[in-house]
Write a protein that binds this ligand. Structure first.
Ligand SMILES: [Zn+2]
Length: 109
């Protein structure tokens, strides 16, 4: 699979076309500003979105998902369940002893 959206001029998450410098005034490896001005996504968010876009819808719809830290590239509506855990924040889970029954998730992001 070739991921080409790092050089894109249109955000594949929100459709935005304007980009700005990333954290610590970082530019992308191509020298372009990496952060979408509209949705604030970075390259990694858009690349993850592209990976998901390559998957058949039927693959995602049945999945029970645990997301570690919010990710703008992921749409919770794709999955049958979607739980977000933020370290020392909302719904913080201890990753060494996740307080859920075994096999609660099909996918951990
Ligand atoms: Zn965007």
């Amino acid at each position: 699979m070739i991921l080409s959206n790092t050089r894109q001029s249109k955000c594949n998450i929100c459709g935005g076309t304007q980009f700005e410098l990333g954290p610590n005034d970082r530019k992308s490896s191509t020298g372009k500003p990496p952060r979408c001005k509209r949705c604030r996504s970075l390259e990694r968010h858009r690349q993850l979105r592209q990976v998901y876009a390559q998957l058949p819808d039927s693959y995602l719809t049945g999945l029970e998902v645990l997301q570690l830290s919010p990710d703008i590239g992921v749409d919770p509506a794709w999955f049958s369940s979607y739980e977000v855990s933020v370290f020392q924040g909302d719904n913080s889970l201890d990753l060494e002893a996740i307080d859920r029954t075994d096999a609660s998730y099909d996918l951990v992001i």
